[in-house]
Design a protein around this ligand. Sequence first.
Ligand SMILES: Nc1ncnc2c1ncn2[C@@H]1O[C@H](COP(=O)(O)OP(=O)(O)OP(=O)(O)O)[C@@H](O)[C@H]1O
Ligand SMILES: [Mg+2]
Length: 299
Amino acid sequence: MDTPRPFVPRPEPHYEDEPDPQPEPLDPGEGHRVNAPEPAPLTQHGPARIIAVANQKGGVGKTTSTINLGAALAEYGRKVLLVDFDPQGALSIGLGVQAHELDTTVYNLLMERGVEVEDVIKETGVEGLDLLPSNIDLSAAEVQLVTEVGREQALGRAIKPVLDRYDVVLIDCQPSLGLLTINALACADEILIPLACEFFSLRGVALLMDTIEKVQDRLNPDLKILGILATMFDPRTLHTREVRQRVQEAFGKLVFEAVINRTVRFPETTVAGEPITTWAPHSNGAEAYRMLAREVLAR
Ligand SMILES: Nc1ncnc2c1ncn2[C@@H]1O[C@H](COP(=O)(O)OP(=O)(O)OP(=O)(O)O)[C@@H](O)[C@H]1O
Ligand SMILES: [Mg+2]
């Protein structure tokens, strides 16, 4: 199991002055929807689809994908709630929220009676995009929940009162398959798995699939795999193209057509504290997450 790393943005200065590279189109394969349609506008909101963004491997783009998919869905008029479910608080920080200064976070929501989800929700700078922030306090919840009755359902119980107000809830999981991630999978309708196009990325996916099956058997029979998102793709290296091809062969139409390129723009957005869709709205990265949002809404 990977232990959580301290959150350090890793800029790659050698890409700084180059335009974002374009991914090479791959044969999307049978059953693939080419160019997911523009989503229809909504006249009313809810009930929410709950999507857990999970992979126990660290640094594969879970948090980046949660922020930017959420922001792209909000651009399409969806009401979105992002749940920071990692004690590192990277999702909160990436949206410019100084979570370490907050008195009430997801931790209080899970562990204290009388704290309501409405008291913890924060609006972000993006219209339609709200946040349930976390900080290091959440690491204590993992320990304290162990002795609670219904310990796997704590998050589901906590967010239930607001599900009617949102169209999509995205849960950013920590890089582990511990009790917090199990809580996310127990209340989710679907799981989105970011997979970095790197040599070792397929290692550990079997363990993740095994965990998903156990959760389906024991806690949440309706949990589905929404899709697998190829991230950190560098079209200039044969290596990442090969890894992406292998991912495509292994998972077929579960793989989203949207591919997230490796670009310094993403670490920059963390520093800026806003999604790429507002920080660099015309970049490839912003477009890729919009394409992912269309695919998610079409699935
Ligand atoms: N497509 C990308 N290109 C380049 N850098 C990226 C990309 N996506 C994310 N990053 C950077 O890589 C680092 C890890 O990304 P991110 O935090 O989204 O991964 P994670 O899976 O949430 O990590 P953890 O497992 O630690 O929670 C961050 O510094 C982020 O800015
Ligand atoms: Mg993360």
